[in-house]
Design a protein around this ligand. Structure first.
Ligand code: SAJ
Length: 433
């Protein structure tokens, strides 16, 4: 049976490499469609949890994993040799930055080397990891083709950017349109045939580079627009104008405007990082991606801007930061999720501690925070804790917080998310951005 026939008959065996917040939802979607899916991950604990029918990704219910595992449609392993017997592979490994802010392609290269080891005729390989234009052509194809396979004839290679939005209750794998670019027209056809079985809308583009660039445009667009409103917040502060009112009013324009909000900075493993993959690639072509560099500069300056607001608010109360008790509310990188990677809260906490602040935090979704220089446990959010705090800083506006209650019991609230907007006449002094 050809690969296309196996795909059509749902008899293709699929491997998903990297069972994180991108790979697991994708694997589950294929398994729900009736394909036999093998998750390949370097983490033995993750592999064991999946094989026990347990989920470790909040957006993927354990009951679903248990059901699919019990039906034999979903299993996991650390052993790449399973690739010998699979028909299609989606690579969903991390693409972080090194300390030098250069792309760290080690995970992609390691996965590609393993795939190349076990590659065989009639195999589809799709890279999903967000990366710079040229990655698939330069790092994936040479490794897979190294075995003498003809790309587009013996093996099929595509790039299809992931578009997972953690915590999004409306858009998931199936109803988020998926871009796919192939090394050859035959590759796109094969990629579309497979992804079209689990995703309502699959959008082909003319090359893998184009598909890689689509994703970077999406996330650079977001980073630059967030930087714009962050700078507008700084301008409004100097003008004595309420930036949130300005944005809400501008948002009434039914065309030609897209709402973004200022905040304490950019978190997550996508928006702060992906644009730097593009600017790095452009540097190798002797081009400076000016918007990306400026947006990075503005967004990176927001944590200190928030800390300055705290310092000024304490100063108005004749309290030095040094020795003051400061309670940070919300350390996840965005509301209602349990992920603190690259969270601006880490910078805010570090900057306050450097100035002698006695900082504690509370986040209902994050029990402990262990990042460069910050090693803390979430402290209980009680009336007493609010009374004892010289200042409370809202960094992440989780829905779980009772903002009226916070305004009732805190002395000072520095609100970097306009979370207190609906609280009428709070006892606390509320300071916005
Ligand atoms: N943020 C702002 N102001 C805004 C929007 C976001 O300050 O107006 C901040 C958030 O607080 C967060 C960071 O930016 O710290 C990133 O926010 P995000 O909503 O982009 O969150 P991510 O990184 O989990 O998800 C994004 C996806 N989000 C949306 O499209 C809504 C999307 O850009 C990508 O699909 C995804 O990253 C990815 O994996 O690339």
């Amino acid at each position: 049976m050809t690969l296309l026939e196996k795909i059509e008959k749902r008899e293709a065996v699929i491997a998903v490499i990297g069972m994180g917040y991108v790979g697991l939802p994708l694997a589950v979607e294929f398994a729900k469609e009736g394909y036999c899916v093998i998750g390949v991950d370097v983490s033995q604990p993750k592999v064991d949890m999946l094989n026990r029918g347990e989920s470790y990704i909040p957006d993927v219910p354990t009951e679903l994993i248990a059901d699919l595992a019990q039906k034999g449609l979903l299993s996991a392993t650390t052993d790449y040799s399973v690739i010998r017997d699979v028909d299609a592979i989606s690579i969903c490994v991390p693409t972080p930055l090194r300390k030098t802010k250069d792309p760290d392609m080690s995970y992609v290269i390691a996965a590609a080397d393993e795939v190349a080891k076990y590659a065989h005729d009639d195999l589809l390989v799709v890279l999903e990891s967000t990366t710079y234009p040229g990655t698939t052509d330069e790092l994936i194809i040479p490794r897979i083709a190294h075995n003498g396979f003809v790309v587009g004839q013996d093996v099929y290679i595509c790039f299809s950017p992931e578009r997972i939005d953690p915590g999004n209750k409306v858009y998931g794998v199936r109803n988020t349109p998926k871009i796919i670019g192939g090394a050859t027209p035959n590759c796109v056809m094969m990629g579309q045939a497979l992804y079209g079985k689990i995703i309502d809308t699959v959008v082909p583009v003319s090359s893998t580079r184009s598909a890689e660039m689509v994703k970077l445009l999406e996330n650079t667009f977001r980073s630059v627009n967030i930087a714009l409103v962050n700078e507008v917040a700084l301008m409004c502060d100097k003008l004595g104008v309420n930036v949130w009112e300005v944005i809400d009013a501008a948002s009434t324009k039914p065309f030609g405007f897209m709402t973004h909000y200022p905040g304490p900075g950019l978190g997550g493993h996508c928006i702060p990082i992906d644009p730097l993959y593009l600017s790095w690639k452009m540097k190798t072509l002797n081009y400076t991606a000016r918007f990306i560099e400026l947006a990075t500069e503005v967004n990176s300056s927001m944590p200190i801007y928030v800390v300055d607001k705290v310092i000024d608010a304490l100063n108005d109360a004749r309290k030095p930061v040094n020795g003051s008790k400061i309670l940070v509310l919300g350390v996840a990188y965005k509301p209602n999720i349990d992920d603190s990677r690259e969270s601006p809260a880490i910078d805010v906490i570090g900057l306050l501690q450097e100035r002698g602040g006695e900082v504690t935090y509370h986040d209902p979704h994050i029990e402990s925070l262990l990042h460069e220089g910050v090693d803390m446990e979430s402290s209980p959010l009680t009336k007493e804790a609010l009374h004892e705090a010289d200042a409370v800083v809202i960094v992440t506006n989780h829905a779980a917080f009772d903002y009226a209650w916070i305004g009732e019991h805190a002395a000072i609230v520095v609100d970097s998310r306009n979370a207190m907007k609906d609280v009428e006449n709070p006892k606390a002094r509320v300071v916005g951005l």
